[in-house]
Design a protein around this ligand. Sequence first.
Ligand code: 2IT
Length: 445
Amino acid sequence: MNVKNLMAELERRHPGENEYLQAVREVLTTVEDTYNRHPEFEAARIAERIVEPDRSFTFKVVWVDDKGEVQVNTGYRFQFNNAIGPYKGGLRFHPSVNPSILKFLGFEQIFKNALTTLPMGGAKGGSDFNPKGKSEHEVMRFCQAFMTELWRHIGPETDVPAGDIGVGGREIGYLYGMYRKLARENTGVLTGKGMTYGGSLIRPEATGFGAVYFLKQMLETAGKQLEGKTIAISGFGNVAWGAAKKATELGAKVVTISGPDGYIYDEAGLDEEKIAYMLELRASNNDVVEPYAKRFAGAKFFAGRKPWEVKVDIAMPCATQNELGGEDAKMLIANGVQVVAEVSNMGCRPEAIDALIEAKILYGPGKAVNAGGVATSGLEMTQNAQKLNWTAEEVDARLHQIMSSIHAACLQYGTEDDGYINYMKGANIAGFMKVAHSMLEQGIL
Ligand code: 2IT
C-alpha cells in the first residue's frame, strides 16, 4: 500500500469528511510498514476494502415535541466490517453528528473491537438529535421513532448497537422497548441495557474503569504508580464519571472535570459525594458544569477554557473527538505531564499525538484505553446468549483480563528500539492484523 495515494483517492471520493479521513490516515500510516511486509494483503486489496463501510443506512426520524410541533431528524447506521463477528458499536445523539463523525467512529471501532479478544465487528450510528433541554417524553418519543427504522437492520447475530455520547441507560431502555415490540422477541440486540431486562453489572462503569486499569499498567510498566498522582479529566458524562470513580478509589487525585461551558478546577480532588454529583449534573440535561463550583467550596470554574492548562501528572480526555490540540499538548508537556490516556474516541488531534510521542511522553490511544466499554458490551452479549447473569466480581475480573491483554498486545507491537512504548502504533498494528488476516482467510468479498 502507498498511504499517500490511497488517501488522495479517499479524499477525492469523500471530500470534506475530515474526521473520517483523519482516523483512516492515522491507522494506515502506523500499519504501513508491517502491511507492506505482507504481499498477500496488497494482492487482496485489504487496505482499500477495510476503509470503506460494508453498508450504510440513512433514514428520516419524525417525532412530535411537547408543544405538539413536528420535528425531523436524520438517523444513521454505518456497518463497517464484520469479518471477526457481528457489527458492534454505539449510537451517538448529538447535533454535531454527520457521516464523517460516524464513519471515523465506525472505522476505529473495527480495531478497538478486534483488540478486546471478543468476536465483534465494527459499526457506529446515531442522529443529529440534540438531547439538551429535552423532556423525558420527548427523549422517549425520539428513541421510539428512531428504532422504527433501525430495527430492520440490526439483530443479536447481525448488528448490536449500544450507547455513546447522548445515549445512556435511559435511551437504551426506550430503544430496546421499541425493538422488542416490533421484532416480537427478547434478545441481546442492544447492550448497556438495564439490569431488569438483560443488562450486565459493571457495564455503566466499564469504559472508565477499563481506562484506569489500562492507565495503571502503563504507569507500572514505566516503573511508576497511580497512587498519589494528579489527574485532569475532561467531560462529565458516563465515561468521565467511571474514570474519576476508579482513579479516586485507587488513590489518585482527580482535579478537573469539564463541559461545553468550561472547566472546574477542584484542588482538593474529587471524592465520593462530588463524583455522585456528576451524575446529577448530567441528568439535569443542561450540559453545563458551572453549578459544581457553586455547590462545592474551593472549586473554581473557568468559562470557555479546557482543563489542559492545569499542571497535572496525567491527562485523561473523556469528552469528545479532537478535544486536545497541539497547543494543549505543549502546555501539558511543559507542565511535566507523564501520561496522556485518551478515553474519548480520537480525543487528541494529530499534532498533539506527534508532540507527545516526540517528547517520549506515554500516549494511550482511545481504541486501546477505552475498549473496556465495548468489551463489557461483549460480555453482556455472552450473558444474554447464555441466559445467565454474572456477578459484578466476575464481569470486573474479565474486564481486568481483557485490558491486560490489550496492554500486552500494545507492548508486543509498539515497543521501539530505544524501549519507548508507542501505544498508538501497538494498538493499530495489533487490531489491524487480526482483522486483515480474518478477511484474507475468508476470501475476496
Ligand atoms: O465507542 C465505544 O466503544 C462505545 N461507545 C461503546 C460501544 C459498545 O458497543 O459498547
